[in-house]
Ligand binder design. Structure first.
Ligand code: URA
Length: 194
């Protein structure tokens, strides 16, 4: 499995399919446990990810690790983490359609190799890449969706992006953070059944 991932990564390292190749410092391919039943797909690398070549290492990533840790999951032992885009968009702007299209082959290859049983779609960009036209994250988060052939029948759950949680600090009942804690507990219950 690692061999297969390495091959895709090698190709990705040379990628010039979209203009983000001109501004990237590093390709941000993946992190975590490749043999996992649980995969998380985020949006795109930010400043720190671009610098370090690793997904979710900035503030949002630290919060993500805490959310997983609250139910006893760690990225090294339990979760395979990657992004919709492997290169940072300048100033962290939203990915363009042509960038998502160019990068899809790498994300698809990662899904095909890992064949996770559960995929967490973290934020709207990730949701759109796998469940297009399903609606905004606020309505669909925390619900299970049955994935088709493209994800090998994995169960899909849209969740809030940790950057959104960083901008909404309340922990009151019904707040985004509170909802995220409900969602991660539901995810852990499903994970424990696998
Ligand atoms: N946000 C993402 O969606 N992915 C990262 O890797 C970092 C921040």
């Amino acid at each position: 499995m690692q061999n297969q991932l390495d091959k895709v990564k090698e190709k990705c390292l040379l990628c010039e399919k979209c203009s983000l190749c001109k501004t990237r410092t590093n390709i941000v391919f993946d992190d975590g446990f490749a043999n996992s039943k649980l995969m998380l797909i985020g949006e795109a690398p930010g400043f720190y990810e671009d610098q370090q070549g690793k997904p979710f290492v900035g503030k949002a990533g630290q919060l993500l690790d805490k959310i997983f840790a609250s139910v006893g999951l760690t990225r090294n032992e339990h979760v395979y983490i990657c992004n919709t885009l492997k290169c940072r968009p300048p100033e962290n702007r939203n990915p363009l359609p042509e960038e998502k299209e160019a990068c899809w082959e790498y994300l698809k290859a990662q899904i095909d190799i890992i064949k996770p049983k559960i995929i967490l779609l973290c934020g709207n960009v990730a949701v759109q890449s796998i469940l297009p036209n399903i609606g905004g994250i606020t309505k669909i988060r925390g619900k299970w969706y049955q994935g088709g052939d493209v994800v090998h029948g994995a169960k899909l759950m849209p969740i809030f992006h940790p950057s959104y949680l960083l901008r909404n600090d309340s922990r009151e009942k019904g707040s985004p953070k509170w909802l995220m804690w409900q969602d991660i507990q539901e995810i852990k219950r499903e994970y424990d059944k696998l």
